[in-house]
Each structure stands twice: as C-alpha cells, then as structure tokens.
Write a protein that binds this ligand. Structure first.
Ligand SMILES: O=C(O)CCC(=O)C(=O)O
Ligand SMILES: [Fe+2]
Length: 338
C-alpha cells in the first residue's frame, strides 16, 4: 500500500468507540456558573499559580454527572480511549476573531480556558512545556497562514496520527481539545484511534516487533528544530493483551526492517479503524495519550477571523513524577537535557 493510501482521513464522522457525554441545559448552566467563579481569580492570569490552585478546588463544584463521567474515564478510558463532552458553555456570540499567528496562546482567563482548567484538574494537574507555545497552559489550535503543510496543529493538511509529545518521557497523560469554532466547511475532523481498537487485529509477529525497543522518536516541529531524539523505545509496552502505545507516525522511525513493517501495519489499522469527530462549539474531546493516538483531517482555512479554533490543555496524572523538570514545583516542564 502506498503511504498516501495509508492515511487518507475521511471527512465523515465515524465510529462509536469513544464515550460521549452530552450535557443537558441545566448541567451546562451549572458548569457555566463554576467556570465564571474561576475567571477573576489571580487577576485572571491563567498561568499564575493561584489560578490553577483555584481550579483544583473549584472542579469539585462541577455537576455530579460530569464528575462521575470524568472519574469513570480516568479509571478506564474504554475501547476508544477518548471521551467527548458535548454542550459545554462557550457562548459563541462572544467568541472573538480566531487568531492566526504562530504560537498563539491564551494567558488571560476566558470562559473556555476556565472550563478546560476545571476538567483538567478533575483528571490530574494541568501542565505545559517551556519550549512549546512559550510554556503557556492554554494553547490555541488554529490554522496559520504559510503553515498549511505543517505537521503540527498550525497546519491544515492531513495531520498524521501521533501520541502527543511522544519523544518526551513526561508527555501528557491526557490531551484536552475544546472547540470554540468549527471550520467553514465542517470537514476538519479530529481523529482518534486507540490501541484497544486494533490490538486484536495485529499479526502476532507485528505485535512482537512493536514490543521491542527498536524505535526512536524526534520532537515535533512545535518544539523547534534540532532538539535531538528519544532514547530507543518500544511502540507497545506493558500488558501483552492491553498494552500502552507510544508512536508518532511523522516522528517515530524503526531501527530494524521488521520494526518498519510492523509500524506500517499498525498505521494501516489505525487509518481503517479510527473515529472521526467533527467537533462543534461546546465539544471538548479528551484523549488518553497513553492508549490513543490522534490526528486531523485536512481542511481549507480562509484566514477571515472565522476559521476553526480549538483550545488545548495537557494533563499529568502524577505531577510529582516530573518534579526535577519543574522549577519551584510549578506546572511548566523545562527542556529535556540531552
Ligand atoms: O486539530 C486537531 O483537531 C488536533 C491537533 C493536534 O493534534 C493537537 O493540537 O495536538
Ligand atoms: Fe496533537
């Protein structure tokens, strides 16, 4: 199979694997109230320690149905390894023009940033990386003029499947993607594919090859070029019948021919069994980055202020594990030292 056939993202919404929680109006209104209580804290500075500290306390005030769904997902992310929350408050009429500059982030508290922080703290601790998007906790995922072909979230061509920050031993456990605005043509699909969806379909010899430490992974372009690559690692690890997954099809390469063949087989299975989510405003997708890769189908930006706009946050389940990389026990991880 040619590589162009491997990864043709379908613009149709597919799949039923991820859990979905659609909030009713009363539940959404209750979330709105809690999110608004967070807005003025720490003078509305999202990256101030006081803001996250408040989010860590306030998420307990979220409606029970939402907290229960998040606790269940945290314990067992299900076959699809992703959870889609629908109907969260974004108040579309008040959403400003979609930014279009490279590296765009949200440092001032907004309603979507508050919702992200509350959901993040229900799952763990919100983290960021010093070298990515200037270390901010809330990232804009928007198309950027001139970056159309970029294999990163500023591009608009097909974005191949990846575990987020796969090269980093302290990669996030969860990636949160909150939709403020869909693309004009409603064809940009967030795609998710979990190893649980395809593990039973992998040939035994491919599975065995993927369990070997025969792979290396380079940092993504969002970290800037030339930051070296990971130590050799396995793509599958842990339980033979329910493994963890670590791969980025744009950045991981095998050091053996059988590894290359096995990665290709895995990529074909993901392409065939992925779930595609055409996110609309108020949808928040939570991807379990230990089991699930994600990507995005292509779309055509217009750069008219009404382009697709997601806001993104990362979560670590065990913040302590990265303490040596976090000055002052903050939430921003320093670069990996070579
Ligand atoms: O644009 C998307 O739907 C996903 C982009 C992505 O992979 C990311 O922001 O981590
Ligand atoms: Fe990503």
């Amino acid at each position: 199979m040619s590589s162009s056939l491997l990864d043709t993202g379908s613009p149709r919404e597919t799949g039923r694997s991820p859990g979905v929680l659609a909030l009713d109006d009363a539940t959404a209104a209750a979330v709105d109230t809690v999110a608004r209580a967070l807005l003025p804290v720490a003078d509305g500075e999202v990256d101030a320690p006081g803001w996250s500290a408040a989010a860590r306390r306030l998420w307990h005030e979220l409606p029970t149905a939402l907290r229960r769904a998040l606790a269940d997902f945290r314990r067992d992310p299900g076959p699809g390894g992703a959870l889609l929350l629908r109907g969260l408050p974004v108040h579309e009429a008040g959403v400003p023009a979609t930014p279009s500059v490279s590296g765009s982030v949200q440092r001032r508290a907004t309603l979507p940033a508050s919702v992200l922080a509350l959901v993040a703290h229900a799952l763990g601790d919100q983290i960021a990386y010093r070298s990515e998007k200037s270390g901010a906790l809330v990232h804009d995922v928007v198309p950027v003029p001139g970056s159309e072909e970029f294999q990163g979230n500023e591009g608009s061509v097909l974005l191949t499947f990846h575990n987020e920050n796969a090269f980093d031993p302290h990669r996030p456990d969860y990636v949160l993607l909150f939709c403020l605005r869909a693309d004009h043509e409603r064809v940009a699909g967030l795609r998710t594919a979990s190893i649980r969806q395809v593990r039973g379909l992998l040939d035994e010899r491919h599975r065995e090859a993927l369990f070997r430490a025969d792979f290396v992974t380079a940092p993504p372009p969002s970290f800037g070029a030339g930051r070296g690559r990971s130590l050799r690692h396995a793509v599958l690890s842990g339980a033979w019948d329910d493994p963890d997954l670590l791969v980025d099809f744009a950045a991981t390469s095998a050091v053996t021919p059988r590894g290359t063949e096995a990665m290709r087989a895995l990529q074909e299975l993901f392409a065939a069994h992925a779930d595609t989510h055409l996110l609309v405003p108020g949808d928040l997708a939570i991807v379990d980055n230990r089991l699930t890769v994600h990507g995005r189908t292509a779309f055509v930006p217009r750069y008219d202020g009404l382009d697709r706009w997601l806001q993104r946050a990362f979560v670590a389940r065990d913040l302590r594990a990265s303490r040596a990389r976090r000055a002052g026990d903050g939430q921003v991880l320093a670069d990996l030292t070579p």
